[in-house]
Structure formats: structure tokens, C-alpha cells
Design a protein around this ligand. Structure first.
Ligand code: ARG
Length: 441
């Protein structure tokens, strides 16, 4: 069914029809499309453009389609150009002539702008819930245990931290991600319905009615901008890209930690896979997939920016191509958040391995220097002294705390017995502002 056949004298070529159709891809907007149309019908009545009987007929028809959608009774076939044509066609089939009044004072241009906004908002709220779940899981993992592990810079053992504190770094990142997404939702909170094709309508429609009904803060300021704005898709996908960058960094750590070289964690069997040839293998595929899928989401962001670049005002069909990258990026990000949540929740920590790594890495060297500072040695001198201690330890194949007081005193006479208490790993974390890393139960 064509919504625009009147002006044409020749049939559309099949190749063109297939090329132009977006139904397969935008059928996922159908709930939003119906929600928008229901609000539109109420507004048409409120603006005296349809009678009360027509309003009831239209609403009943739209609600019956919505019910069929919810019960999965509709199949998206037929020669419909897009989801909007599909809904209007079905409405006219169901309720007859009155169905033809639905599109009064509306264009598919403001309609699709509305559908995408509603969809983007709904999906972003789902995504925010997943961020919250993962954030909570990260914050709670091994919370009371204060399992110590090496903290790294340059992937070289640096100073002692706890496993929970390390994970809480990712929780902080997700906290910022959530703020960014909420801010994008606020910026996009304007109703495009009523912009018409590009220049509003001669009818005196009450845009504040649909604005209120659809839960927007206000109508868009400018009709031309309203139908051609896809900033919110770009902004959200940019924020999803940052989420994916964070998940990818965490994935990288899980992959490295679960290697035999580290052996810090074990990924649960439910989130790993094996090899078809090497019977002993257990691979961290979920983490690798998340790392890989970050590339997909970045790709969607580049697609969106490039599709919108150089478009003259107002609507252009190019914008139909802006849907799929958004759909893919939001789906991908949600699925990655979900699987990461499960992976973290179920992973097992190898405390002994982490502790061994702490002990073998001179992870209290900085604190030995701090100890010397407390004994009034200037920090720069203390740094040099500890360097000498580390060289001596490497020669002797010992940790700093394994040296005798005599050995230590030979290198620095200010060292006393109290050094051993000061530089023990668990104690380090209870000193100064390092206390923030510890969860006191
Ligand atoms: N299918 C179109 C899209 O996704 C809807 C708007 C089409 N408008 C038009 N005048 N052809 O963007």
C-alpha cells in the first residue's frame, strides 16, 4: 500500500521498492508508533479536527493493533514502505474510512522523529538499569574480604590494592556513564510531533497536548530542526561507546587475570568455552566478545556522524539509515552489560595467587620510603635508599620484609624494629588515606 500514489502514473519498480523499504528494520518501532498515534488522535479531537465518534473509532482501531503487537499476533509482511505505512494500512483495513483521518496535521517526518525519540528514551532507560545492576555487582564483589592484589602501572606491579577496590574503579566509570546518558535524555526531552513535514501545519493543533501525553518537557522550538534532528542518536551512541570502552578495559583485565600467567581469577564455566582440538582449554570468550563488540558500537557512532554530515534542512531520506546503527549499538551495549554482570557475579578469586604476586613484586617499596620519611629522611633520599634495598633483595632473592634488621640497618641506619609492622601489606592499607580502599565490616 502506498501512502503517496496519487501523483504517480507509473508503478514503482520492484528493485526500487525493496531498496526504499525500511519495514523489516523499523518494525521494531511499532509500539512507539502506535503510542504516538494514540496521542495524536486525542490531540486531533482536542483541537476540533475530528468528532468524538471518529476519535473513538480511531482509538479502538489503534488499541486493537497494539494488543496484537503485544500478543505477537502481527506479522510484518506486505508491500509496506515502512512501519508508519504498515500501521495506517492495517488501521484502514480494520476500521474503514475513518482510518484515513489519522494522518491529519501530521507527516511521516515528524512521526518518525517522534518514534525514534520515544524508542531511544525507552531503550536508554533499560540500558541505565543494566548499568545500575553491573555497578552494584562490582561494588559488592568480595566486599568484606579485602582480598589484596597488586595494583599496576604500565602493567608492572606497583602498589598493593584490594580486588574489590580495583573493581570499584569500574563502578565509578559506570557512575559517570549513567550521568552522561541521563543528561542526553534531558537534552532530547522535546516533542517533535506537530512539526509536520518541515513547516508545521495550517491547523491550529494543540502541541502541548501531545507533549504532555507523551511525557516530554516541551515541544521543539523550531519545526525544521524538529524533523531533522538526530543529535540524540549520536549523543547516546557516543555515551554507549564510552560504556563499551569501559567494558572493554574490564574485559581485557579479566582475560589477562584468567590466564595461567596471572591465575588471579577463574571465569565460571557458564561464561567460558572450550576448544575443538585442545581438550584442556577454557577460553574467556564472553570477555573477548565484549572487547570485540566495542568496535561495533564505535562503528555505529561513526556511521551516524557520517550519515548526518552535510544534510541540508529539513528531512532527507538519508536519515532512514540512521536507525539501524542506533538499534545495533543500544542492543549490543545492553547485551554486553548483562553478560559482564553475570561474569563478574560468578567469577572465583584466587586469593593465594594474588597474595603471592603482591609479595613478589616489592609492592611495599613506596611504603618503606614513607617509613623513612617518618624518620625524617627527605623523600628523594629515601627513594634512593629503597632502590638500594630492592637491588640487595633481588640479589638475595628475598622480599623487603624478609631482610633482618641488621641487613636493613646496613643500608639505612635509621631503620628500627617497627618497620616490619609498617610495611606489612594489610597494614599499609590501613594507613593514611589508603583506608578508603578497605571495607571495614
Ligand atoms: N521511512 C522513513 C524514515 O525512516 C519515514 C519518513 C519518510 N518520509 C518521507 N517523506 N519519505 O525516515
Amino acid at each position: 500500500m502506498k501512502l503517496w500514489g496519487g501523483r504517480f502514473q507509473k508503478e514503482e519498480d520492484q528493485l526500487m521498492e525493496d531498496f526504499n523499504s525500511s519495514l523489516e528494520m523499523d518494525s521494531r518501532l511499532i509500539s512507539e508508533d502506535l503510542t504516538g498515534s494514540i496521542a495524536h488522535v486525542k490531540m486531533l479531537f482536542g483541537s476540533n479536527l475530528i468528532t468524538s465518534i471518529e476519535k473513538e473509532e480511531l482509538l479502538q482501531g489503534l488499541h486493537s493493533i497494539l494488543e496484537d503487537v503485544q500478543e505477537h499476533r502481527l506479522t510484518f509482511d506486505g508491500d509496506y514502505e515502512d512501519v508508519h505505512s504498515f500501521v495506517e494500512g492495517h488501521l484502514i483495513n480494520r476500521i474503514g474510512e475513518t482510518g484515513k483521518k489519522l494522518h491529519t496535521a501530521r507527516s511521516r517526518n515528524d512521526q518518525v522523529a517522534l518514534d525514534m525519540k520515544l524508542y531511544a528514551r525507552n531503550k536508554s532507560l533499560d540500558l541505565l538499569k543494566e548499568i545500575d545492576n553491573l555497578k552494584g555487582t562490582l561494588e559488592d564483589k568480595e566486599k568484606e574480604e579485602n582480598v589484596i592484589m597488586p595494583g599496576y602501572t604500565h602493567l608492572q606491579r606497583a602498589q598493593v590494592v584490594t580486588f574489590n577496590y580495583h573493581l570499584r574503579a569500574y563502578a565509578s566509570m559506570l557512575g559517570r556513564d549513567a550521568k552522561r546518558i541521563k543528561s542526553a535524555l534531558e537534552i532530547m526531552d522535546e516533542n517533535p510531533l506537530g512539526c509536520g513535514a518541515l513547516a508545521g501545519t495550517t491547523h491550529t493543533i494543540k502541541r502541548d497536548m501531545t507533549t504532555k501525553e507523551l511525557g516530554f518537557a516541551q515541544p521543539v522550538e523550531n519545526f525544521l530542526d524538529g524533523v531533522s534532528d538526530r543529535d540524540y542518536l549520536i549523543e547516546l551512541t557516543s555515551h554507549f561507546s564510552i560504556v563499551m570502552m569501559h567494558l572493554s578495559r574490564l574485559s581485557e583485565e579479566l582475560i589477562v587475570w584468567s590466564s595461567q600467567e596471572f591465575g588471579f581469577i577463574q571465569i565460571d564455566d557458564a561464561y567460558a568455552t572450550g576448544s575443538s582440538i585442545m581438550p584442556q582449554k577454557k577460553n574467556p570468550d564472553a570477555a573477548e566478545l565484549i572487547r570485540g563488540k566495542s568496535g561495533r558500537v564505535y562503528g555505529s557512532l561513526m556511521s551516524l556522524l557520517t550519515i548526518m554530515k552535510g544534510l541540508p534542512l529539513a528531512y532527507n531520506k538519508d536519515m532512514q539509515e540512521a536507525k539501524e546503527p542506533f538499534f545495533d549499538s543500544v542492543d549490543t551495549t545492553i547485551s554486553c552489560l548483562k553478560i559482564m554482570n553475570e561474569m563478574i557475579r560468578t567469577l572465583k578469586v584466587n586469593r593465594e595467587k594474588m597474595k603471592e604476586a603482591v609479595k613478589a613484586g616489592f609492592l611495599n617499596a613506596t611504603e618503606v620510603a614513607d617509613y623513612l620519611v617518618n624518620k625524617n629522611v627527605p623523600f628523594r633520599d629515601a627513594h634512593g635508599v629503597v632502590g638500594a634495598i630492592v637491588i640487595y633483595c633481588e640479589e638475595q632473592n628475598k622480599a623487603i620484609e624478609d631482610l633482618s634488621l641488621d641487613e636493613l640497618k646496613k643500608i639505612s641506619p635509621v631503620v628500627e624494629e617497627d618497620i616490619y609492622e609498617f610495611i606489612m601489606y594489610n597494614n599499609i592499607l590501613r594507613k593514611g588515606i589508603k583506608k578508603e580502599m578497605i571495607v571495614e565490616s
